[in-house]
Design a protein around this ligand. Structure first.
Ligand SMILES: [Zn+2]
Length: 224
């Protein structure tokens, strides 16, 4: 082994990148249903499939466990979690309705000009994804970024992290991996972004509440 192979920064960097790739590929497979709910995951087979050592696979599985997409079985590896049921979905949206309208109002009161520019750019990105062959995936990513921008503009990291830790987007995307309703979603995001940019807390809260209630109703239709 040459000296450069033993440099800690080199090996640490390569290992992290590999873990990220394995994590990304596995997460996508679970969201799309290639790995269905309640399926056993064999870490050794994954390592052989990706042609990597067990370490990045173990790292990826630990991150997926923290996402709530897999769970560890005592002494028997991992399995994918069950999909959210109706009750779980209703509870998740109840939490979002408690957090997000108030956060949108705070964002309208506290937003900077940089926040306004980023929100506007994100709405444009969302619109450009409509009609794309990968529309659902692109719009899923747009949705995560849009809501995160609102939390960031509201300048409350405690609230933002409480929301992030629910991993609500991952679980709802996994539930409804279809291309439906994308135009409505971007229109609703645009209304939220416009009210925040206008500095109108009441309008921002109303637009966000409307968006979350409609998202909830669209998802309930899918699972019923
Ligand atoms: Zn949204």
């Amino acid at each position: 082994m040459s000296a450069i192979d033993q440099l800690p920064s080199f090996s640490a960097g390569a290992r992290t990148m590999l873990g990220d790739e394995v994590y990304g590929a596995l997460q996508q497979s679970i969201l799309e249903g290639t790995f269905p709910p309640d399926a056993r995951i064999n870490a050794g087979e994954l390592a052989r499939h990706f042609d990597v050592s067990p370490t990045p696979v173990r790292e990826a599985l630990a991150r997926l466990e923290s996402d709530g997409l897999v769970e560890k079985l005592p002494l028997r590896g991992y399995r994918t979690t069950e999909l959210l049921d109706r009750r779980g979905l209703e509870e998740l949206f109840e939490l979002r309705l408690l957090l997000e309208p108030g956060t949108a109002a705070n964002a309208a009161a506290r937003r900077s000009s940089a926040d306004v520019a980023e929100l506007s750019k994100e709405v444009t990105t969302g619109r450009s994804a409509i009609g794309d062959a990968n529309a659902y995936r692109l719009l899923s990513q747009h949705d995560v970024r849009l809501h995160d921008l609102v939390f960031r503009a509201a300048r409350n990291e405690t609230v933002r992290l409480a929301y992030t830790r629910t991993h609500c987007h991952l679980h709802t995307f996994r539930l409804a991996y279809t291309g439906a309703y994308v135009t409505d979603t971007v229109d609703e995001h645009a209304a939220v972004a416009e009210a925040i940019s206008a500095g109108d807390p009441d309008a921002a809260a109303t637009a966000m509440r409307t968006h979350i209630e409609r998202s909830r109703d669209r998802l309930l239709q899918v699972i019923d």
